[in-house]
Write a protein that binds this ligand. Structure first.
Ligand code: PMP
Length: 353
């Protein structure tokens, strides 16, 4: 049994449930609409003989499509297997000092897992009582900063003036801005790239492009940063993206019209859902994402979560300090949200008895 003393022991991240069968799934912030129509067409006509060969190690088909879309050089784009992979590579590449990296206490719960896995010291900085980031807390000496903006699971967006303040105070370390949810009405820090060579912006195809199942994420930053990221990637696995993924991803990026229309639909449904949730007695900070992080005034989140699940409606709940009274509800289609509201009404009436 001695070999066990040499094992790298980690407490893993726990992803949301992926139940099978017919359920209303509002627990992992997936997009309720299908990917762009061109993706299906490409898939139907895909020449499988391509799969005989290794895929492009530099992922150029997808990198070039993203560079054209965001008006940057291909050498400023790095792609990976979902933004989880891109974030993990970025932690490994850029956080290599003895000083602690900083991120909020309530944020994407994978950050502390990667920090532990890679033995990166870290400090979790409390959000204020309204779940807002206190920028002055990020001015102490540190080994790097990670901000999800909009933040998850809170949904709260910090304006670019706040991001700028953090970047200015941290010129000598890398600041990662994780923009997994930026396309649902927030503002991207990509516009700050020409001014800040310490900024790395990370986005994903999993939410606004309806492709969580394909696993595509990307980072945009300075050419120097992207080179360092690629050096680490090539030291780990040259072929991170499948040939099929590269093609389908590039096709999705090219259809900007469908992308915008889908985001608009979700924003509209979200704004409606906000009104309905307030009427039911929920309270929440304004969300600029495809989810709402809400607390009911009198019925416990755990009770609502459990009762919804009995009715095959899945939302996300964490029994963790500061957030154990909150539910994170993904914005689905109008129909899904209507069904959710009808069921919530019954459950709350039951819970208030
Ligand atoms: N960042 C945040 C803030 C997220 O909520 C998620 C989704 N779990 C991710 C990154 C990772 O998404 P993906 O790996 O699907 O791109």
């Amino acid at each position: 049994m001695n070999w066990e003393s040499n094992v790298r022991k980690v407490v893993p991240y726990v992803p949301g449930e992926q139940p099978s069968g017919k359920v209303i799934k509002l627990n992992t912030n997936e997009n309720p609409y299908p990917p762009a129509p061109g993706v299906e067409a490409l898939l139907k006509n895909y020449d499988v003989s391509v799969l005989r060969k290794y895929p492009q190690p530099d992922c150029r088909t997808l990198v070039e499509a993203l560079a054209a879309k965001y008006n940057v050089k291909p050498s400023q784009v790095f792609v990976g297997v979902g933004s989880d992979d891109v974030l993990a590579m970025a932690f490994l590449t850029f956080f290599n000092s003895d000083k602690s990296i900083l991120f909020p206490d309530i944020t994407y719960s994978f950050y502390d897992v990667w920090a532990s896995l890679f033995k990166i010291p870290y400090k979790q900085i409390p959000l204020d009582d309204d779940f807002k980031i206190v920028t002055s807390d990020y001015k102490a000496e540190n080994g790097g900063v990670v901000i999800a903006n909009p933040n998850a699971p809170t949904g709260v967006f910090m304006g670019l003036d706040g991001i700028r303040e953090i970047l200015d105070a941290n010129r000598d370390v890398v600041c990662i801005v994780d923009e997994a949810y930026v396309d649902f009405g927030a503002e991207s820090a990509l516009s700050l790239l020409p001014e800040y060579d310490n900024l790395l912006v990370i986005q994903t195809f999993s939410k606004s492009r309806s492709m969580a199942g394909l696993r595509i994420g990307y980072a945009i930053g300075s050419e120097t940063m992207i080179k360092y990221l690629n050096d680490v990637k090539y030291s780990f696995n040259s072929y991170t993206m499948t040939a099929l993924t590269l093609e389908l991803g590039a096709e999705a990026v090219r259809d900007d019209e469908y992308f915008k229309a889908t985001c608009e639909k979700i924003i509209k449904t979200r704004e409606n859902l906000k009104v309905q949730l307030r009427e039911l007695g929920f309270d929440f900070q304004d969300s600029k994402t495809n989810f709402i992080f809400a607390k009911h005034k009198s019925v416990s989140a755990e009770y609502i979560f459990t009762e919804l699940k009995k009715r095959n409606i899945y939302v996300r709940y964490w029994n963790k300090p500061r957030i154990s009274e909150y539910l994170r509800i993904t914005v689905g289609t109008d129909e899904e949200c209507d069904t959710l509201v009808v069921n919530l009404k019954e459950i709350i009436a039951q819970g208030e008895k």
